[in-house]
Write a protein that binds this ligand. Structure first.
Ligand code: NAI
Ligand code: SF4
Length: 441
């Protein structure tokens, strides 16, 4: 049975409201934190080993400790709620069902960072959630946990919810800041990192929704206790949004010690694959991470069981492993086509590229065109090599990670499923109808 830290009270009736949330221990971490020195909170977060839950897994306490603190310059906390990674919907769940957990985490985090203004930048498609968050903010304010002189300590904090307009690239932290400043969401070159020059050129910490929510149990338990949950550098719990060919799609909280096999087949989690079909492949961390075939998903190349944590999923590098990423767990059964799936993802990245860098702007639609050609039975074997060549020229040559994110799924698909690409090329007559490729023009 997995330990629940974030979703423990998710199903309590009325948990969205301040009163019920408070009755279940809500805002106790704020009361505890306000009695601590801000730097001591950062130390607790460092001790906890909490890693960024948006996808990169960067150590949260370390990021906070990078925050520049020049005299007289405001600092900001920005919560990245622009959750747009295909297959990822765990932040939506948190915000929709337990909004106060995010607000509570933001108060503790802002106090630790010395920020008096914090923002939640939320993806435009989550159109019904800002109202839920704003209601929670108003309730917290009415109870003296937000606004001026919080709990009589003299600490002031305002939280604003800012709606995005539906661009995936605005989830990249510097594009998000540009957008928040009212500009087109084009990623900035890093360094400087936001911790030094962020919102309105002021020091800013940008953290994912789940990361900030996890600060609540870190403070309640203490960093050292939190670090005992999980394994190695994968401490605490992680939310996984599971979808695709599984019996029980949904959002699960795991403690990162379970095997991938248990996660897919146990009734506590995904409940297995419908209709007794076999597992073909999986993208365990949102569409940006490499797809892995079933054999390498369940076991590492050394034959060891693969676990649901940062280190185990990545074991073997991209040759035989993948990444934890954002925890968007997409399962493909034996009937699914990796070629069409990769084509669909390529279309997504081509559409979402901001166009600043030539390799990404030109390369992403080029990859899509080659994939579409192969998927419709008009490809040649040279097209596979060309596709490989194009993705290689994108990876590592762009301003932001969208380029890599577009290249990696294509590389992994060719690496592990080359025979399927060749089958499409060698058997064009076997393809019927619209080849399931829809209208992508
Ligand atoms: P990154 O590795 O460049 O940075 C991670 C974080 O650490 C950033 O906040 C960065 O500012 C900070 N950082 C790194 N080095 C630093 C330094 N020396 N000083 C100060 N701060 C430093 O990764 P990034 O671009 O933030 O995220 C990429 C990931 O996002 C991908 O791996 C992907 O999985 C994920 N992603 C998630 C999405 C979602 O919907 N959740 C959407 C798209 C991508
Ligand atoms: Fe824009 Fe793509 Fe370059 Fe990122 S990699 S800055 S999305 S063109």
């Amino acid at each position: 049975m997995s330990k629940k830290l974030l979703l423990k009270h998710a199903h309590v009736e009325g948990i969205r409201t301040f009163d019920v949330y408070r009755k279940h221990g809500g805002y106790e971490s704020v009361e505890k934190a306000l009695k601590m020195e801000p730097d001591a909170i950062t130390e607790e977060v460092k001790t906890s080993g909490l890693r960024g839950r948006g996808g990169a897994g960067f150590p949260t306490g370390l990021k906070w400790s990078f925050l520049a603190k020049p005299e007289g310059v405001p600092r900001y906390l920005v919560v990245n709620a622009d959750e747009s990674e295909p297959g990822t919907f765990k932040d939506r769940y948190l915000m929709e069902y337990i909004p106060h957990l995010l607000i509570e985490g933001m108060i503790v985090s802002s106090y630790a960072l010395g920020a008096n203004t914090a923002y939640i930048y939320i993806r435009g498609e989550y159109s019904w959630i800002p109202d839920i968050l704003e209601a929670a903010i108003e309730e917290a304010k009415a109870a003296g946990f937000l606004g001026n002189n919080i709990q009589g300590t003299g600490y002031n904090l305002e939280i604003y919810v800012h709606r995005g307009a539906g661009a995936y690239i605005c989830g990249e932290e510097t594009a998000l800041l540009e957008s928040l400043e009212g500009k087109r969401g084009n990623p900035r070159l890093k360094p400087p990192f936001p911790a030094v020059k962020g919102l309105w050129a002021c020091p800013t910490v940008v953290n994912n929704v789940e990361t900030i929510a996890a600060v609540v149990p870190v403070i309640n338990l203490g960093g050292a206790e939190y670090a005992k949950i999980g394994v190695g550098r994968s401490t605490g719990t992680k939310l996984i949004s599971a979808c695709g060919n599984i019996n029980k799609p949904g959002v699960y909280e795991i403690d990162m010690t379970i095997t991938v096999e248990e996660f897919i087949y146990s009734d506590e989690y995904c409940g297995g694959i419908p209709n007794g079909k076999r597992l073909k492949a999986c993208i365990p961390g949102g569409s940006s991470v490499p797809i892995v075939p079933a054999n390498l998903l369940l076991r590492t190349i050394n034959g060891e069981p693969r676990y649901m944590n940062y280190e185990s999923l990545a074991e073997g590098g991209f040759a035989t492993g993948t990444m934890m990423g954002s925890g968007g767990f997409i399962v493909l059964d034996e009937d699914q086509s990796v070629v069409k799936h990769t084509m669909s993802l390529s279309h997504f990245y081509a559409h979402e590229s901001c166009g600043q860098c030539t390799p990404c702007r030109e390369g992403t639609p080029w990859m899509f065109k080659i994939l579409k050609k192969i998927a419709s039975g008009q490809g040649t074997r040279n097209d596979i090599d060309l596709l490989w060549d194009v993705q290689r020229k994108i990876e590592g040559n762009t301003i932001c990670p969208l380029g890599d994110a577009a290249a990696w799924p294509v590389a992994a698909a060719i690496r592990h499923f080359r025979d399927e690409f060749e089958w499409y090329i060698d058997n064009p007559d076997a393809l019927t109808g619209n080849y399931g490729i829809g209208n992508y023009d």
